[in-house]
Design a protein around this ligand. Sequence first.
Ligand code: SAM
Length: 514
Amino acid sequence: MQAMVVIPSNGHARRRVLVDRVHSIVSNRAQNGDEQYLVRWTTDRVTNKPPLSWHSIKELVRCLEHVQDYLEVREKAKITVSVTQGNKKRKIPDSGLECEERHPSPFERNLHQQNETPSVSRSPSVSSAPPSTSVDVFNSVLDADEHGHIFCRNHPSADAPQLDLDTVHKMNRLAHLDSVDKALTYIRNEYVQRLAKVPGTDKKPIHLVNLQDKSTPSLRFRFISGYVLDEERGVYRASTETQEGCTCLPNMGRHIGCEYTKKCDCLEYATVDDSRLDEAGKEAYAEALANGESTMGFPKKFPYWAEGTKREITGCLVPFYLNSRRPIYECNDNCHCGPFCRNKNVQFGRQVEVEIFRTKGGRGWGLRCKENVREGQFIDTYRGEVITDAEATRREKASSKAKASYLYSLDKFAESENIAEESLYVVDGEFMGGPTKFMNHSCEPNCRQYTVSYNRHDPKVYDIAFFACRFIPKGEELTFDYLDKDDGEPMDEPGEDAIPCLCGAPKCRRWLWT
Ligand SMILES: C[S@@+](CC[C@H](N)C(=O)[O-])C[C@H]1O[C@@H](n2cnc3c(N)ncnc32)[C@H](O)[C@@H]1O
């Protein structure tokens, strides 16, 4: 049962604004040394006077995504204002309205500079509530439930002070003068806390550093450790029955088990190692290829350096794979070879301590390593929602070309398996994914993306794994070539809305996307 209570606007530390009912944050102000934000509550009415109330940042700890959205709009509006000063026209944040330069009215000033005694929202059900001239709650009244969750009633109150959204947008000119540092710190701390909960961070942490400005990556992003398939729109993996495991046994030693590549079923589609074929073997292989037959029984290229080679390169990609675009087929959970099989690597996840950092050159956030990385060492996979091609096109159209793109097509086997473009899947790492979301493009990259499959019979869902293509010293930014171009391969002619590349490499192709 929810209790009708009077809620001090900067009340008890445990009181929290109920995030499910919040529409957005629409303003900010400084109040008695505290930072406050104007919450616009959801309502089923179409109105220019929705429920609004001021809250201390402490009460907004469950709504920091909304606060961050507001601060982003506010920051952009600040830039717009400074760019357009001089022609006396201003773009107003959020509303898209333009207004002539004007001075705030005394009412607006009052809204922003109130510093009277603790203000109180009025509830008709609380008869003892003192009459108040407070303007902390507008167009409605606040309630709280027994858990201290504050929410606004979903019907108008003629009793409450009135405030419309146009006035809020106009008074936001003053909001730009007030500090939002506390909110920025809360947002950053929240992000850091979330980073600490990402699976695998106990062994290999993910850090966050920003020496450029006070921003934090979006809190709307969710860290995930595996793909999230959009099953509602028909995205599925091939059935698990097709995910046959191999019959190699564990701990059989070098050149036995999966490394005895003639026998490992998982390597059926891996590249044949023709350097290990004698004349008769070469002939048989040519015949198998000509007849489109399975190459099972021929020795295959094993993807990783195995034990017995130098300890420091064990587990790294061998040059054959490193320098080619060949898919890597790893063993899977149905295999008999067990967890220590040397053909299992990427599936265990990130092995490198990384840092998300704000880049200097206008490329937003980037990712760098906190330890030296060896040539051929696995770094991490790209994660996200797996969506249909149609859904990816819809999302792409809905956002501008200049906006950061996080879409990654799973088209490796399209040609060989004759999969039509519209049947392909796409990984979208914008709203959920891993730290590789922050890897920027370079025309001379230090990492490269590889296809890693755990089910050779599923050409539509596989992992995209990043490996170092050369030694990367600790602290260097991790980059890959978004277009996966070969050295010297030219770009298409840039169109009108082509995006310039800011990688700064000597051999930069100049365009990120043409
Ligand atoms: C996958 S995101 C990389 C992370 C991104 N920097 C961020 O802050 O979230 C890709 C976007 O980063 C930016 N970007 C990456 N590499 C770039 C480059 N070399 N030049 C310009 N922008 C780049 C572009 O906006 C691109 O759409």
